[in-house]
Write a protein that binds this ligand. Structure first.
Ligand code: VGL
Ligand code: ZN
Length: 206
């Protein structure tokens, strides 16, 4: 892979895999593929969803509310999730089967109790930066390839923001899995196409 390309591996964590707190169907099935893709990239960035136990995106932080209900927060609509990826817990770790020793950076997001962060670039207030854009820019990266969990939330928001920050962005579709909540997957692909995000299959031999 070219020097100016990087692989973003989004939120491959036990809590998003079968048996986890916010399990994405078949979420762990992408791990062997990601392990085979990663050596093609000199620059690999791993992200971790990483929340305090009383995070505002958790249904448990809103008495009377159930997981997967929507609420309005100062920054806009928010899905309420089961408590997941609580900082320091085993479910929030990088998945133990990920085998990417040359990963250059591990980015944690969602640490502000009052603001969710699906995107690896910008928190849900659409104003607070994670710093990833500057990091990538300083390395001369122009092209991003994205994989991980979940296609329709953290992968989609990260890819859309990558475009907004001026990067070329390509989602490796078979190296992602979706939550698909109330049509969220189709809605995400429509937004991604409009944002100029490309969509490919890894086409790797088994
Ligand atoms: C995610 C919901 C809540 C994701 C993170 O990684 O897609 N989804 N937090
Ligand atoms: Zn989260």
């Amino acid at each position: 892979m070219q020097k100016h390309a990087a692989l973003l591996v989004i939120d491959v964590q036990p809590d998003f895999c079968p048996g986890g707190a916010l399990a994405v169907p078949d979420g762990d099935a992408i791990i062997p593929l990601i392990n085979r893709l990663a050596p093609r990239f000199e620059t690999v960035i791993l992200t971790q969803d990483w929340h305090p136990a009383d995070h505002i995106s958790f249904a448990s932080s809103h008495p009377g509310k159930q997981p997967f209900e929507m609420i309005e927060l100062p920054y806009g609509p928010q899905v309420l999730w089961p408590s997941h990826c609580v900082m320091g817990t085993p479910g929030a770790a990088l998945h133990p089967e990920l085998d990417i020793p040359h990963a250059r950076m591990i980015l944690r997001k969602g640490g502000n109790r009052l603001v969710d962060s699906y995107s690896a670039f910008l928190e849900a207030d659409r104003a607070s930066k994670t710093g990833l854009d500057g990091y990538l820019r300083s390395l001369g990266i122009t092209d991003l390839y994205l994989c991980g969990l979940a296609t329709d939330f953290c992968v989609a928001w990260s890819a859309e923001d990558a475009r907004a920050f001026g990067f070329n962005a390509t989602i490796i579709e078979d190296a992602c899995r979706a939550i698909d909540l109330n049509g969220s997957l189709a809605a995400a692909w429509a937004k991604l196409a409009a944002a100029g995000v490309a969509r490919i299959s890894s086409t790797l031999p088994a």
